[in-house]
Design a protein around this ligand. Structure first.
Ligand code: UDP
Length: 482
């Protein structure tokens, strides 16, 4: 097993935030940053997760840690090393933490052995890097088993869980029982919503930090319509050639150019003037791409001329998600079963992941181009794809679950589906927006404002520093968590 992987982080200047939040908010942030950098001087802020590619945690960590570094905080990011058996177990835990059974496998002694063996090996490498004054943030179930070893070095340890569910059930409790002993040694536990906090964790060590998107990343930065069209044509999503230039700006400010092509299962390519319904997500059952396909086939296709595009990462690329290929295969096989008149309007697209900023530029262009963006998840810790589409003034139709409920004010900044398994509800909401472009426009405008007020980097960075400062101060002076 290769050792821990060090992920390099580009420093980003938090001064950019001045252009996206109010003056008052910006000044408060500058103040908080200056206190935080003083207090964190000489400490390394370690972050550990299980992949450097794919998914919301990666999407969020890169800018968050980039802005920390830009603010003068020594933030570092390492990825643990593990084999397929470990990821099978942690995917099981991930599904159960969302309240689903997943692959039905057990979480017993054998699984504990594999989990602990992997983390003991990683801990041996990791603790050599730590100093007692450091702060360690362990992300998600994959890293929980490092908490005890990290704590023993004298470092402050925070466990941050990005997944959760509104109403606990036995599946979730089973995962909590498996993980609780690993998590408990941490000095604080961070959840994305208050309601996600587990039973059996000391309440006074729980904090909530809501995720955010980076308005300046290749995923979310402005694109002109010509730019989006050029990117989508060059990537092979449209059947016709690009007229513009498929350029984008990389996080380090250098120019990037989309050159790789997507891999799409389709009868014929999309044209730029087709109305488009789109969902982009990892190929995961809890994102329910199959349900989106069936909702489109059963309740949208016959009432509109729209096309559906289901996009996700090329499945070889995402190391910590063993189920991706299976889910994509199920979607592809359902596509083959569609009646030809519907199949012609459904496109199942794997996006290249070799260059994650190129991938981001394609996702950005797709989100901007879609008439309606869907996120029909069955469970969702937060759902960055929702905030991303809202930021681009898209009308989003999403499930009324988990963190999505924090983002969409139903009827004003998007539409929430009360029962995500009800395909007719999805179809009716999407069809309504496709037929009423003025309503979709108004919802999109409100959506962008809402993201600007709640879910951009400054809100996240500010809260992140606040929680870290409290953890450090609590350890040193015994004060309580926010
Ligand atoms: N994403 C991406 N390329 C893809 C599929 C997804 O860049 O092919 C991104 C998506 O834009 C979002 C993140 O992966 O930024 C997914 O985060 P989310 O919180 O929606 O879900 P998670 O994958 O963490 O469950």
């Amino acid at each position: 097993m290769p050792g821990l992987q060090d992920v390099s982080i580009e420093a980003m200047d938090p001064q950019r935030f001045a252009s996206v939040v109010s003056r008052r908010e910006y000044e408060a942030l500058v103040d908080l940053i200056s206190h935080a950098t003083r207090e964190l001087r000489g400490r390394v802020l370690w972050n550990v997760n299980s992949t450097a590619k794919g998914g919301g945690v990666v999407e969020m960590l890169r800018p968050l840690l980039g802005y920390c570094r830009g603010a003068g905080v020594e933030a570092r990011w390492v990825v643990l090393s593990a084999g397929p058996e470990f990821f099978e177990i942690t995917k099981r835990l991930h599904n159960r933490l969302h309240g689903f059974e997943g692959d039905g496998g057990s979480l017993g002694t054998d699984e504990r052995e594999i989990y602990e063996e992997t983390l003991v090996a990683n801990a041996a490498d990791f603790v050599r890097l730590l100093h007692p004054q450091d702060i360690v943030i362990l992300h998600d179930p994959q890293t929980a088993g490092l908490a005890e070893a990290a704590r023993q070095t004298g470092a402050a340890v925070i466990w941050r869980c990005h997944v959760g569910l509104d109403d606990a059930n036995d599946h979730a409790r089973g995962a909590w029982n498996f993980l609780r002993g690993y998590v408990l040694p941490a000095h604080a536990y961070v959840f994305s919503r208050g309601g996600f906090a587990w039973e059996g964790l000391p309440r006074d060590r729980i904090a909530v930090i809501r995720p955010s998107i980076d308005a300046f990343s290749p995923k979310n930065a402005d694109q002109t319509r010509e730019q989006s069209l050029a990117i989508l044509s060059t990537a092979g999503i449209f059947g016709h050639d690009a007229t513009g230039c498929p350029m984008f700006t990389r996080s380090d400010g250098t120019p990037g150019r989309v050159g790789r092509r997507v891999d799409t299962l389709e009868d014929e390519p999309l044209a730029s003037d087709h109305q488009l319904v789109m969902q982009v997500s990892r190929w995961d059952r809890l994102k329910d791409p199959l349900g989106v396909l069936l909702a489109f086939a059963g309740h949208i296709a016959s009432r509109t001329d729209a096309h559906l595009l289901l996009a996700g990462p090329s499945t070889e690329a995402v190391a910590d998600d063993p189920e991706g290929a299976e889910v994509l295969a199920a979607v592809r096989s359902a596509w083959h079963e569609l009646p030809s008149a519907v199949r012609r309007r459904v496109h199942v697209t794997s996006l290249p992941m070799d260059d994650i900023e190129e991938n981001a530029a394609i996702v950005n262009a797709l989100q901007r181009h879609a008439s309606v963006v869907v996120q029909k998840s069955l469970a969702e810790g937060f759902g960055l794809t929702v905030a991303e589409a809202m930021w681009k003034q898209r009308a989003v139709v999403a499930s009324r679950i988990g963190g999505i409920r924090d983002q969409i004010d139903h009827g004003r900044s998007g539409l929430l589906i009360p029962d995500p398994r009800n395909l007719e509800q999805v179809g009716t909401a999407v069809t309504g927006l496709l037929k009423d472009s003025e309503r979709a426009r108004q919802i999109g405008a409100a959506a962008q404002l809402s993201v600007q007020q709640h879910f951009l980097g400054p809100h996240h960075l500010g809260r992140f520093f606040e929680v870290i400062r409290r953890v450090v101060s609590r350890r040193e002076h015994g004060s309580s968590m926010p």
